[in-house]
Ligand binder design. Structure first.
Ligand SMILES: Cc1cc2nc3c(=O)[nH]c(=O)nc-3n(C[C@H](O)[C@H](O)[C@H](O)COP(=O)(O)OP(=O)(O)OC[C@H]3O[C@@H](n4cnc5c(N)ncnc54)[C@H](O)[C@@H]3O)c2cc1C
Length: 396
């Protein structure tokens, strides 16, 4: 199926592989700059990580612990933009951090983190935080109050990641981008003038050419890189599985940011319609990205934490899903590794193949703008049609 305006030619300025948030973001940004774009997605839009995230549009309070101030600042700016351009898709939520005697992050550190978070967010009204009075504790969805010492409340934002992905693709299509789905990228060869690309659309094998190929394959990024000749130098990555559980029972007071009692990792409990969503775990994954699924041990880890903080909340799991973070290969714990996005370019002066490694749902637009800036080195200037920071995004 091909949607969007039809073209008489099979040559594009940009061919993007992968219809997750990064791929659609690049398609939209490139179309904004007037480039012709084809996006190939093998399964369905947001079929990979972009429907399996924690669905937060956030600065990432805990990245402050890794001194990732640039990432937090950029993410908070992106949050502000998305709240403005996508009010039907991204909405603010109160977040709560409960503190018990065994909580490792103590009130002075939490307060310092929230002050820094507010500063990096430009001291906007959405950066305000406060310590709740004890009288407010009973309104916190049954949070355990025995031995509770304090609850800090601040604001971040939530979305539906798959809906956001589809909305960005629709915006790209409205600007003239083409979507081919299901269409599996099979191979590409970087030739003197063009990149020759082969793909399977439904059951038919097809070819096209592009000036530049963008690899937005998420956990498949290196599988896609292996199909390009000459093979661009990539980055060694670990795939880290994160699982969420959807539980019976709604939440009314917002989101909760807790420490897993087992190892002090951060876990979230979030409202999810008439249900609630609990996540996430971090396990190194070595299999086929298409087969990733929640593990029984992850489920018991999350439910044990849930029972500790919300003893009366139903533990009935109505759904479970797992996604894969793409992190630079390293011996350190996944939890402690940077969430920065890495862009890999085959040739600095005239890039023909650009790959996106890692990244955040929240930062997709900023990443897409950085990718298009790189594409400008190869592509001629075209008439700019729109700005990604100003284009409204609507649910499809
Ligand atoms: C558990 C977890 C929680 C997260 N929570 C958050 C959060 O709360 N907030 C946040 O900002 N970020 C979060 N993230 C990060 C965010 O979800 C990811 O950075 C983002 O979704 C990655 O998108 P992507 O487009 O790079 O990859 P994907 O969404 O995985 O997209 C890649 C696409 O490429 C396609 N593809 C692969 N091979 C081919 C081929 N040969 N031909 C055609 N198509 C192909 C796949 O089908 C897939 O659709 C989380 C990540 C995880 C794993």
């Amino acid at each position: 199926m091909e949607r969007g305006k039809q073209s008489m030619t099979d040559h594009y300025d940009v061919v993007v592989v992968g219809g997750g948030i990064h791929g659609v973001g690049v398609a939209q940004a490139a179309a904004c700059y007037g480039y012709s774009v084809l996006l190939l997605e093998q399964t369905a839009l947001a079929a990979g990580t972009s429907s399996r995230s924690s669905k937060l549009i956030h600065g990432g309070l805990r990245y402050l612990e890794g001194y990732d101030f640039g990432l937090v600042h950029e993410s908070l700016s992106e949050r502000a933009i998305l709240l403005r351009i996508a009010p039907d898709l991204v909405h603010l939520q109160p977040f709560h951090i409960p503190v018990y005697p065994e909580t490792s992050r103590r009130p002075p550190a939490i307060r310092a983190g929230l002050i820094l978070y507010a500063l990096l967010g430009g001291l906007h009204h959405t950066s305000r935080f406060r310590k709740l009075g004890q009288a407010d504790w009973d309104g916190l969805d049954g949070l355990e109050t025995d031995r509770l010492q304090a609850v800090y409340q601040y604001t971040d934002a939530q979305t539906n990641d798959a809906d956001l992905t589809r909305a960005v693709m629709q915006s790209a299509i409205d600007l003239g981008a083409h979507l081919s789905c299901p269409a599996e990228f099979l191979a590409a060869s970087i030739e003197k003038q063009v990149v020759a690309i082969h793909f399977r659309e439904n059951t038919a094998e097809k070819s096209c050419t592009a000036a530049v190929l963008v690899n937005a394959g998420g956990p498949w990024v290196n599988t896609i890189a292996d199909r390009i000749s000459p093979k661009p130098a990539g980055i060694d990555v670990d795939l880290i599985q994160g699982t969420h559980l959807v539980l019976e029972g709604a939440l009314t007071a917002g989101c909760y940011y807790m420490e897993a009692p087992q190892d002090q990792r951060a876990i979230f409990l979030l409202p999810w319609g008439k249900h609630s969503m609990l996540g996430t775990t971090e396990h190194v994954y070595r299999g086929d990205p298409a087969q990733v699924s929640a593990l029984a041990e992850e489920e018991s880890y999350l439910l044990e934490a849930m029972g500790r903080y919300f003893p009366a909340h139903p533990q009935q799991v109505v759904d479970r899903f797992a996604g894969l973070r793409v992190l630079p290969a390293s011996g350190s714990r996944a939890f402690k590794r940077s969430r920065e996005t890495h862009l890999s370019i085959d040739a600095p002066t005239r890039p023909r193949a650009v790959a996106i490694y890692g990244g955040k749902l929240t930062g997709y637009r900023a990443t897409a703008e950085k990718v298009v800036k790189i594409l400008h080195r190869t592509l001629p200037d075209r008439k700019v049609l729109a700005k990604t920071a100003e284009l409204p995004l609507r649910p499809v």
